[in-house]
Design a protein around this ligand. Structure first.
Ligand SMILES: Cc1cc2nc3c(=O)[nH]c(=O)nc-3n(C[C@H](O)[C@H](O)[C@H](O)COP(=O)(O)OP(=O)(O)OC[C@H]3O[C@@H](n4cnc5c(N)ncnc54)[C@H](O)[C@@H]3O)c2cc1C
Length: 527
């Protein structure tokens, strides 16, 4: 026997989770797709899930993450080139998303359920690497904003929606500046009229993800006030540097400068925020769906690990304390998935009242839950969870991003406050959806009864309302999730959610009260 064999017999290491059927095994997703009107997309979803769960795709995800993008500002003769050099695996993944129309399906084929099917594809394709989904989501979201400008729409939408990685185009967004990201009114980038209805931009943007996009929606100060512009990558658009980021490390997020970059006005001068809000609403939907996807991948890894790893003489998956953690994580992921796809249906149905209000509420809450969820799932793998060779470290590093992007927690909570007073149809539509679950669980009924009291507290002095905003948004969000689960999920899942989130659950994951069917929930979540 060789010396190494005496010291390195590999025992009790959990199986690697790859070559799985990511759609077929995800009952919460498959059922939600059917329920929300996307049943016709099952074949595409199955194909997408098989590829996304394959060893090949997962290796591309790891490689794109390991070989981070590099910025090349100049060629060897000193001419500016402003290109980002990505690993071929990044292109493999991004091409896969574009060819599956994840950036465009509802715009190409706007049949009922198209937003639902697209959301499910987005969820599945996020599995190997979430960073790649950023330009996919931005392109999907830019289209509705561009539609208000028929000439630009005619010129760009055919390319932005093409399922062709070489000949199609991708859209990004550049709003955030050094002095303010949430408060875009503080933008200093200037748009100077250049004649013929065109403008030239002068200024900077502090964050601009995937600066290799073909076009960008940019906010800048025109003579008539803050306005939205379409800017093409090219002369006058310079990439200063790439951010060294906590997560989504496969994705280049850059700082850019505009030196007289040609720009076309989108919407009216002075109406920049109102114009770009359509893009923002769609990317917020993707923040929910992307966070749900991260949770599902984390649950799948945690359950798979617990099934094939033993401690103290028994597989972890048979040990009650671990079952409580896994079940609690699985319930959270299912609630996020159900909410994401229900929201997507509101986009299919152009149900504006529900769509705007519910997207903000659920963006706040699902993104807020993503990071503690990722931490707990990582801990299920013990020390292996902390090591970069596995997927958990990446999932954790990626988890906070959706919470920051497109409205950080406070900003979203304040947006919901604003919507309460300025969009009077939003809250009633939201509550009507929650009320559909009434009678399904006594804890949900009690929660629904208490909501008006919570909401009434927002009616007073603005400072007090802002102080309470997060709390109320959280209460609204769990009502929405509980209502969906009570109506549509297996009784064990709905019961655990109501017990853990509206009843006597504790603060950390793994504190579901006694009587919950943890084994049943974990069996449902098996990858
Ligand atoms: C990886 C990554 C990629 C990004 N890509 C892009 C991109 O492609 N394009 C783009 O335009 N931007 C992008 N961003 C920027 C992102 O949208 C902003 O960081 C975000 O909007 C917050 O803006 P800020 O960083 O200026 O923070 P600030 O606006 O300064 O906010 C800081 C904190 O203050 C809170 N806050 C703000 N206002 C209030 C208030 N009134 N009351 C209470 N609290 C408040 C916020 O919630 C936040 O917690 C990206 C960011 C990251 C991390």
């Amino acid at each position: 026997m060789r010396t190494t064999e005496r010291t390195h017999e590999v025992l009790n290491q959990a199986a690697v989770l790859e070559d799985t059927d990511a759609f077929g095994a995800d009952l919460a997703l498959a059922e939600a797709v059917q329920r929300e009107g996307g049943g016709w997309g099952e074949d595409r979803l199955r194909d997408c899930g098989l590829v996304a769960g394959s060893a090949e795709a997962l290796e591309h995800g790891r490689r794109a993450e390991r070989n981070e993008p590099r910025l090349l500002t100049h060629d060897r003769h000193g001419r500016r080139v402003d290109v980002v050099d990505y690993d071929p695996s990044w292109h493999w993944l991004l091409r896969g998303a574009v060819e599956r129309e994840i950036h465009s399906m509802p715009w190409r084929d706007p049949r009922p359920g198209a937003h639902v099917v697209r959301a499910a594809l987005m969820y599945l394709w996020s599995g190997p690497n979430a960073g790649v989904m950023c330009p996919v989501s931005m392109t999907y979201s830019a289209v509705p904003a561009l539609r208000c400008e028929p000439e630009l729409a005619e010129r760009w939408i055919p390319r932005l929606t093409m399922p062709d990685y070489e000949h199609g185009a991708l859209a990004g967004m550049a709003m955030t500046e050094k002095q303010g990201g949430s408060d875009v009114r503080a933008n200093t980038t200037r748009a100077e009229p250049a004649g013929g209805g065109e403008y030239e931009l002068v200024g900077h943007k502090w964050f601009c993800s995937h600066p290799m996009c073909d076009v960008f929606l940019v906010l800048a100060q025109a003579p008539g006030g803050l306005s939205c512009f379409l800017v093409q990558r090219g002369p006058g658009f310079e990439i200063q540097r790439l951010k060294d980021k906590l997560g989504t490390r496969s994705l280049a997020s850059s700082e850019v400068e505009f030196h007289g970059a040609p720009a076309s006005l989108v919407g009216e001068e002075g109406r920049g925020v109102a114009t770009i809000i359509e893009m923002v609403t769609h990317t917020r939907l993707d923040c929910v769906v992307g966070s749900a996807a991260g949770m599902r991948r984390a649950v799948a890894e945690a359950v798979s690990h617990a099934r094939t790893r033993s401690a103290f003489g028994a597989p972890l998956i048979e040990q009650p304390a671990m079952v409580n953690v896994l079940a609690d994580l699985a319930v959270e992921a299912e609630a996020a998935t159900a909410a994401g796809l229900r929201l997507a249906r509101a986009y299919d149905e152009a149900d504006d009242a529900l769509r705007r209000f519910a997207t903000a509420v659920m963006k706040y809450w699902v993104c807020k839950r993503a990071t503690p969820h990722a931490v707990e799932a990582l801990e299920c793998l013990g020390g292996n969870g902390f090591v970069e060779e596995g997927p958990m470290a990446r999932l954790l590093r990626d988890a906070p991003l959706n919470g920051i992007w497109e409205g950080s927690g406070n900003v979203i909570a304040l947006d919901v406050l604003r919507a309460l007073s300025r969009e009077p149809e939003g809250l009633p539509a939201f509550l009507a959806e929650c009320e559909l679950g009434r009678g399904g669980d006594r804890r949900l009924d009690a929660h629904l009864d208490a909501l008006p009291v919570e909401l009434a507290e927002l009616a007073g002095e603005p400072g007090a309302a802002q102080w309470r905003a997060r709390r109320v948004v959280e209460q609204l969000a769990v009502a929405f999730q509980a209502s969906l689960l009570v109506r549509h999920a297996p009784a064990a899942v709905a019961d655990a959610f109501c017990a853990g989130r509206l009843g006597e659950g504790g603060r950390a994951f793994g504190t579901l009260p006694a009587g919950v069917d943890g084994q049943g929930i974990v069996a449902r979540a098996l990858p």
